[in-house]
Write a new protein. Structure first.
Length: 160
């Protein structure tokens, strides 16, 4: 995360299924809106009261965008973390407008009122799919068997 970015976590319900699109260069992006409504208990009436709803437009990129569109559906309660961003533009009438959005870093279902079964996605293609950690693959077998001793059929005397 860069200096000056505003991290935020939002818990709410999806207002519609995530919409998957691709940029001109083929990068996947998913857009979805999260509705979050605070609730407070009113002791005087003995009932819960809804506060003002927050509707926040979120954008997920690349593999996460594809995973979100495959996993999340309208009405699902989600937990989303990301960076709050402001989009500015000017209307055809010359009025300046702005909107807050969320660039998603992580998204998943909320488990407060539901259960989920997670399936690890398989990476395909590109350098990210190849292991870069030398310890992530098995080492070649040592000469002489599993313990590095003499080759089969060799001397049986200890080396000392």
């Amino acid at each position: 995360m860069s200096v000056g970015e505003t991290p935020i976590t939002v818990v709410g319900n999806l207002t519609d299924d995530p919409e998957l699109r691709f940029t001109n260069t083929g990068v996947a992006m998913a857009r979805f809106t999260i509705a979050s409504t605070p609730r407070a208990y009113d002791k005087a009436t003995g009932q819960w009261k809804d506060g003002t709803a927050l509707f926040l437009r979120a954008t997920a990129w690349r593999e996460m965008a594809e995973h979100a569109t495959e996993s999340l559906t309208k009405g699902m309660r989600v937990v989303v973390t990301g960076r709050l961003v402001q989009h500015n533009w000017q209307t055809e009438q010359g009025e300046n407008r702005s909107m807050l959005g969320l660039d998603v870093d992580e998204v998943g279902p909320s488990l407060r009122f539901a259960t989920a079964k997670v399936t690890k996605a398989q990476r395909t293609g590109g350098p990210a799919a190849r292991p870069t950690d030398e310890w992530s693959t098995a080492a070649p077998a040592a000469p002489g068997g599993e313990w590095g001793g003499a080759p089969a059929g060799g001397p049986t005397e200890p080396p000392f």
